[in-house]
Design a binder for this molecule. Structure first.
Ligand code: PEP
Length: 251
């Protein structure tokens, strides 16, 4: 791993005020981990509490989604990038497979959200990944290429410089069945080559996270891949102890 690792948690629709405080107490007591960036992405309503509660720790805070619209307006139920930045978020997840599958987010919407995030001063973590059917059908690389091209073509160099990509094979998310370290490294190398075809500088600097059933027990092996620069962690990020163990495995 030649880039500084990032371990990002995705709490999804989990948590409570009490859970935020409990997590923060454990993190503050544990301190930071030298050489590793750590981030928790939490439900909107808990973000401000996270920012306050994590203030003494090394944890950054991010949203799990944002509106594609940049300017305030009549978008009932939406949360803008500017609002996330206003409450102290530094990052935001964009295009998680659950948003793509359950809420109809297309590649074009994902690209628009990346632009909206960076316009608000946030660092987007864009999720890409194939279904099991696509993998079995030999289409995984083409799916990733399509998802990544949509972002590369819609964003300028300054926007792309703020980007992190999370490779999350859909068959590995929340299933307990992680990609093997070899599969993860191979797909990360493919993603880096796909980016290099457009932008050589970006391909060397961009952090590529692996996501899909990362646990303390498999993290170190996954992070051994040269092109694996950390993880986007779902279930195992809900407890500070397992999140910290995963972050330690990145050192
Ligand atoms: C995720 O939510 O992005 C994720 C990877 O979940 P899990 O770690 O639970 O598979």
């Amino acid at each position: 791993m030649s880039r500084k690792p990032l371990i990002a948690g995705n709490w999804k629709m989990h948590g409570s005020l009490a859970a935020v405080d409990e997590f923060a107490a454990a993190m503050t007591a544990g301190g930071g981990i030298a050489g590793v960036d750590m981030l928790v992405c939490a439900p909107f309503v808990y973000l401000e509490r996270c920012v306050r509660a994590f203030a003494g720790s090394a944890l950054a805070v991010g949203g799990e989604n944002l509106a594609a619209a940049v300017d305030a307006g009549a978008y009932t139920g939406e949360i803008s990038g500017a609002m996330l930045a206003d409450v102290g978020c530094s990052h935001v997840i964009v295009g998680h497979s659950e948003r793509r599958a359950l809420y109809g987010e297309t590649d074009a919407v994902v690209a628009a959200k990346v632009n909206a995030a960076v316009a608000a001063g946030l660092r987007p973590i864009v999720c890409v990944g194939e279904t099991l059917e696509q993998r079995d059908g030999g289409e995984a690389e083409a799916v990733l290429a399509r998802q990544i091209r949509a972002v590369l073509e819609a964003c300028d160099a300054q926007t792309l410089a703020a980007l992190t990509i999370a490779y999350e094979p859909i068959w590995a998310i929340g299933t307990g069945r992680s990609a093997t370290p070899e599969q993860a490294q191979a797909m990360h190398a493919t993603i880096r080559q796909q980016i290099a075809a457009n932008n050589g500088t970006l391909s060397r600097s961009i952090r590529l996270l692996y996501g899909g059933s990362v646990k303390p027990g498999n993290a170190a092996a996954l992070f051994a891949g040269d092109d694996v620069d950390g993880a986007l962690v779902g279930g195992a990020s809900l407890k500070a102890a397992s999140f910290m163990d995963i972050a330690r495995a990145a050192t």
